[in-house]
Design a protein around this ligand. Structure first.
Ligand SMILES: [Zn+2]
Length: 880
């Protein structure tokens, strides 16, 4: 169905539902192409709603088979049914039962929303608006109901039948090959948290005893034969359950917790109450098939979905504008879990890298929106870096401002006050304000103002007065729909380093604006003065990346080198080195475009050499320090008139120089961290591999035959995927025969494993050479590739569009045309995945004129086509 006109939904228009659905009794008879769903809804008027309202239930591509009210078939003129809605013109003004029968074709459901079949398994995805593709319903997050679900299927086809809540009964249906199972979820929930699974699945089981002594049965369901790859996911789940008890006092609340891994899935995973459904990429891992990054991702996503049980399920969102309430908060919780399980500084650095690459670029382009948007056309397009990652930063700032105890007091109040409710950002902030007796009015701007705030910092030392003055100006840039901004409340980690590298005591003249090394910046222009400063200090700004802001400071190269070598805050040591690298890359890009010689990177080289030489540093940390910023990050830093070819050339030149000048350090560390022990995915082992592979990457960047041979040897001899794929990635950047030989060998070895083949597709799609577009087209014909599978599309087409800036942004426009063509082809089948591809055009307006015109032409061509609501929304905003 295509809407004639795009609908606009506004936060300001929110009204409570006119009707409440107390209970939902579902009877689902599964069949590959003719599934029948009978929904018996106990409905009553909502006292908070309008009087005399008709009852309008949402639908999407639905076919009504039967309709009865209190058991009586309804007359044709008392209701109107279309594929997208069911209206009862004059429903009773008392509680009544409405029984709706719908017919579904799960095999034909290529949108992967609602009920669909994935490799023979029936499964559902209902967030945000998929339940309305199963039955007519009040498909909105503030309509909470208690669900009882009966599922029936051919026993041979679907021996496992799962739904939310606890199992009630199950058994054969005599005289048929069919069987059934009944599930009951006692916790009222919105329809987006409904889930159902049926299939031939194998279970890996375990049990967990909660802090209060209740035993919970845990199970992960996978395609038979893959049971051996679930151990890490299961272990992560148990650690996450224990952590949430310890960190937040939150226990699990049902008798069972089930996870199902499916191979066709639009998202990462889904937190359906008691029955999480996962993209199998975030479950399956073995040393031979998964990298350290995959293991860390599994741990984080398992924890994230589990943590939603309280922040999302028990307390849900009133409406989709409040999406950050569950997502930002839960990302923050999973980040903290990983930080506790691994290295906290390294986790912070990794999270900030992702934030800057994804969210800062989104915030700077036409798709920028506030953490809590105020309008949307299509909610599927708001599962964004801003809602998730900036949303998490906002919660982190709240914790920084209130302190550990104050934050926990606010969370405790939130869990008691809002349990069982559909809450808003106001409800959430109200708990922190009440628990701490503080006013969070200015802080709330973080939810409503889009754009990355910029801080201009000017520090000056007054030796006679023994004072240090810090002048701060803040500016929030204009974003679509928001031209004028108000000053934000910014918690700003700050310190002054003495000559010996140690922190000088901070003695602020105005003590009210600073505590525990955190300045509270709240005005457009402000000056902070510190007394008793007897030597010229070096300031350390935004320690721990305490606020998601951009800095412009008068720190010189020497200051940055000093910070990189001495700051007590590990994040800022990393950040100083990264700033040196970025300054060099921006200057070098400009020089290359002007056909001048690039500047010398000597300052950076000596800073990196010092990190290498400091044996006290965690190898994982050093690996982050020596990693050269990515092309998209450099482009974002340049900001406008970007030439991606010049950016690429500057980056290649810097890596080559670093590989040459730091060769001895790299060889030494490569040898030092070689391991004969069997692979283990723990953070310390992963950190040693990360540093070793970062060294290999710089060595191979020199293009020297001996280094290429070293990479080839590592590729051949590796006993784990981390080392094998790292070697292949370094070779992929070199146009040498070893590269093609390694790709061939990899394909031969892993062609039967789709998740591993995704890595193979992704690496080839990211080769920064003009021939890559033809290579990607050819790979689309590979038997392991399928446009119908979202993981394959992301691996090949997504990696090309998002991970290969110089080739996606080819000056001839063919990269844009290709991605737009694929999006248009996919759009009728899976609009969500198509819209995601189109969102990779998010930075087009920052390009130099030739590419900008080509990108605009591709977007306009897409805009002229017949598009889904999802894709039309993205294209419309990108062009606005
Ligand atoms: Zn989530």
């Amino acid at each position: 169905m295509r809407d004639p006109e795009p609908r606009v939904i506004r936060l300001a228009d929110y009204r409570p539902p006119n009707w409440l659905i107390e209970t939902v009794d579902l009877d689902v008879r599964l069949d590959p192409s003719a599934t029948r769903v009978v929904a018996r809804l106990r409905i009553r008027p909502n006292p908070a709603g309008e009087d005399r309202a008709s009852l309008v239930l949402d639908g999407d591509e639905l076919g009504l088979v039967d309709l009865a009210l209190d058991g009586e078939k309804l007359g044709a003129n008392s209701y109107a049914a279309t594929p997208s809605s069911l209206t009862l013109h004059d429903p009773p003004r008392r509680p009544f039962d409405l029984t709706i029968e719908t017919a579904l074709d799960p095999s034909a459901n290529t949108k992967l929303m609602g009920l669909y079949r994935s490799s023979g398994t029936y499964c559902t995805q209902c967030e945000a608006e998929g339940f309305r593709r199963i039955t007519y319903f009040l498909d909105r997050p503030d309509a909470l109901s208690v669900y009882r679900t009966r599922i029936e299927a051919e026993r041979d086809e679907a021996p496992v039948l799962l739904s939310n809540g606890n199992p009630v009964e199950a058994g054969p249906i005599p005289g048929t090959g069919r069987h059934y199972a009944v599930w009951h979820d006692p916790f009222p929930k919105p329809s987006y948290l409904f889930a159902l699974v049926g299939g031939k699945l194998a279970a890996v089981e375990d049990r967990f005893v909660t802090a209060s002594g209740r035993a919970v049965k845990l199970a992960i369901y996978v395609e038979p034969g893959r049971e051996g790859r679930c151990a890490y996911a299961l272990d992560s789940l148990k650690r996450a359950m224990r952590w949430d008890e310890r960190a937040y006092g939150r226990e699990y609340d049902l008798d069972v917790f089930n996870i199902v891994a499916v191979s066709d899935f639009n998202m990462g995973a889904m937190e359906n109450k008691g029955l999480n459904v996962f993209n199998d990429k975030y479950i399956l891992a073995s040393p031979e098939t998964a990298t350290d990054g995959d293991y860390a991702g599994i741990e984080a996503v398992i924890a994230h979905e589990y943590f939603h049980n309280w922040t999302g399920d028990r307390i849900t969102c009133r409406d989709w504008f409040q999406l950050c309430l569950k997502e930002g908060l839960t990302v923050f919780r999973d980040q903290e879990f990983s930080a506790d399980e691994r290295s906290r500084p390294v986790k912070r650095i990794a999270d900030v890298r992702v934030l800057k690459s994804n969210q800062f670029t989104e915030d700077a382009g036409p798709l920028a929106h506030p953490v809590r948007p105020e309008t949307y056309h299509e909610i599927n397009n708001f599962y964004t870096a801003t809602v998730y990652q900036k949303g998490a930063e906002v919660v982190r700032m709240l914790k920084t401002l209130l302190g550990e105890r104050g934050f926990r007091a606010g969370m405790d109040l939130y869990f008691t006050r809002c349990d069982g409710k559909a809450a808003t950002v106001e409800d959430f902030l109200g708990c922190f304000a009440d628990a701490n007796g503080v006013d969070l009015t200015q802080f709330k701007l973080w939810y409503s103002q889009a754009g990355t705030p910029e801080l201009a910092l000017k520090g000056s030392f007054e030796p006679q007065a023994a004072r240090y003055r810090l002048e701060v100006r803040q500016m929030v840039p204009p974003t679509p729909g928001q031209s004028a901004k108000r000053p934000m409340l910014i918690p700003f980690g700050f310190g002054l380093l003495g000559k010996d590298g140690r922190d000088l005591p901070l003695r602020p003249v105005d003590a009210g604006k600073i505590s525990d090394g955190i300045l509270r910046i709240s005005a457009a222009e402000e000056t902070f003065v510190f007394e008793g400063v007897r030597e010229r200090p070096i300031p350390s700004f935004n320690r721990g990346f305490s606020a998601p802001v951009k800095l412009v400071s008068n720190l010189g190269e020497d200051d940055l080198i000093f910070i990189a070598g001495h700051d007590g805050d590990p994040f800022n040591r990393f950040d100083a080195a990264s700033t040196l690298a970025m300054r060099h890359l921006v200057a070098s890009t400009a020089a290359l475009r002007a056909r001048k010689a690039p500047p010398s990177p000597d300052a950076l080289v000596s800073a990196l050499a010092r990190s290498f030489d400091d044996d006290r540093l965690d190898p994982a940390f050093v690996a982050q320090v020596i990693a050269v910023p990515g092309e998209s990050d450099i482009a974002h830093e340049i900001g406008s008139d970007v030439d991606p070819a010049a950016v690429l050339a500057a980056r290649i030149a810097l890596k080559r120089t670093l590989g040459e000048k730091l060769a001895a350090h790299c060889r030494k560390n490569y040898a030092r961290f070689a391991s004969r022990a069997p692979y283990a995915p723990d953070a310390a082992s992963a950190g040693r591999r990360a540093l070793r592979n970062a060294c290999l990457d710089l060595l191979v960047a020199t293009g020297a035959p001996a280094e290429i041979a070293l990479a080839r040897r590592q590729f051949d001899e590796a006993d784990n995927m981390t080392d094998r794929i790292a070697a292949l990635a370094t070779l992929a950047a070199q146009a040498v025969p070893e590269r093609e030989q390694a790709f061939e060998a990899f394909e031969k070895r892993f062609r039967g494993d789709p998740l591993v083949m995704d890595k193979w597709f992704a690496l080839q799609a990211q080769i920064a050479e003009p021939e890559t577009l033809a290579r990607v087209r050819a790979l689309m014909r590979h038997p392991a590739f399928s446009l119908a599978n979202p993981n394959r599309v992301r691996a090949l087409i997504g990696s090309f569009a998002a991970g290969n800036p110089s080739q996606f942004n080819r000056p001839d426009g063919q990269g844009y045309a290709f991605v737009a063509d694929i999006a248009l082809e996919l759009d009728p089948k899976n609009p969500q995945v198509a819209a995601r591809l189109l969102s990779f055009f998010k930075s087009w307006s920052a390009l130099e004129p030739v590419r900008r015109a080509a990108a605009e032409a591709a977007l306009k061509r897409a805009a002229a086509a017949e598009l889904s609501a999802d894709s039309r929304d993205i294209v419309g905003r990108a062009l606005a």
